[in-house]
Design a binder for this molecule. Structure first.
Ligand code: SD4
Length: 343
């Protein structure tokens, strides 16, 4: 299918807005048309649609993952990915990203990277042009510049004034000797993109990009750039990605766990659910407070998702079709309106 035809199909899906695929909770869901792309959150549909288009135009699956994620990284309205992301406590937007290619089990990642609109591209560059998997902080930025990635200011005026207000509130709380308000995860609002892809040869790919927890301690790295936590791709079995409170994913190698559940025979939705149940077993917080969500895609083209709270939605695109699906939820607590941010 060529690009123009597919735009027609996805425009239809876009017109549906957040219409939920009724099949989304049926288990397992499978698509015949390839490639298939699955991404976290309803906004992910613009990225999964773009990924399908990239392949239709002759691009590789890695190009599709990278350029699909660009769409979200460049969206200033998305407050926890790329430009327009919520800064850390010092007012700096620090980005985490990773990418994986199933056929050679290659991986690349960057963490706490400042001033680059497309951390996913720097992660891909690390994967393809260094013998390493992950670069961090200022040296990751130096590497990016050396490789020709352009520095960009990521802090928008809107995010700057919200950060200044947050600082003021924090200072007031300190003056009143109240406990300093810690940045809280608002489980109603998340924006990280984790995207998985399956080609017509049964090869799997994935990428993940975020600015993470709003007003985080400078230098904090979440689950998103950690291979096996925010993303994992196993070309024999399937791929999985995470969104939510990274601290509750990375202590459990969350995405790796989901893939291992699929290896043991679970379909993608059940695998996501079992991974969350394992986290619940080990964590004293309790399901309601964990704020963890997974998406998964199997080598045979089955896909699914599960989240701790009600209302986690994900996007699925393949040639001629794109839809937003509702995940299986493990509690009755609502996740709230889609999109937004952790803050
Ligand atoms: C993090 N997991 O840095 C990311 C944030 C996220 O939706 O997923 N937000 O903890």
């Amino acid at each position: 299918m060529n690009r123009r035809k597919f735009l027609g199909a996805s425009a239809g899906a876009a017109a549906l807005g957040t219409a939920i695929a009724s099949s989304s909770l049926a288990n397992p869901v499978v698509r015949v048309q390839r490639p298939i792309f699955v991404a976290t959150w309803p906004f992910g549909i613009r990225s999964t649609d773009e990924a399908v288009n990239v392949v239709a135009d002759g691009g590789s699956m890695l190009d599709a993952i990278e350029k699909g994620i660009w769409v979200t990284e460049s969206d200033v309205k998305n407050a926890s990915v790329g430009i327009g992301g919520i800064p850390n406590a010092d007012g700096q937007v620090e980005l985490d990203a990773c990418i994986m290619a199933g056929p050679n089990h290659a991986a690349g990642a960057v963490a706490a990277l400042r001033d680059f609109e497309h951390p996913i591209s720097v992660a891909r560059d690390v994967m393809e042009n260094t013998p390493h998997v992950m670069l961090v902080g200022d040296n990751a930025a130096k590497y990016a510049v050396k490789r020709g990635h352009r520095r960009t200011n990521l802090l928008t005026d809107q995010q700057k004034s919200k950060w200044l207000k947050w600082k003021e509130d924090e200072a007031k709380a300190k003056a009143q000797k109240k406990p300093t308000p810690r940045p809280k995860v608002n489980e109603q609002q998340h924006d990280t993109i984790a995207m998985l892809g399956l080609d017509d040869q049964g090869n799997l790919f994935g990428g993940c990009s975020t600015s993470g927890w709003g007003y985080k301690v400078p230098g904090r790295v979440g689950d998103s750039p950690i291979i096996g936590s925010g993303l994992y791709v196993d070309n024999q079995v399937g791929a999985a990605g995470a969104t939510g409170l990274g601290e509750n994913v990375m202590r459990f190698c969350g995405s790796f766990l989901v893939v291992e559940m699929m290896r043991q025979g679970a379909d993608p939705t059940t695998a996501c659910q079992k991974a969350i149940e394992r986290i619940e077993m080990l964590d004293p917080l309790g399901l309601d407070e964990l704020s963890v969500n997974f998406v998964a895609l199997s080598k045979s083209g089955q896909y699914g998702a599960a989240g701790t709270n009600q209302g986690f939605k994900y996007a699925v695109s393949s040639p001629g079709s794109s839809e937003v699906c509702l995940s299986k939820s493990l509690t009755k607590k609502a996740i709230g309106p889609e999109g937004g941010n952790i803050k």
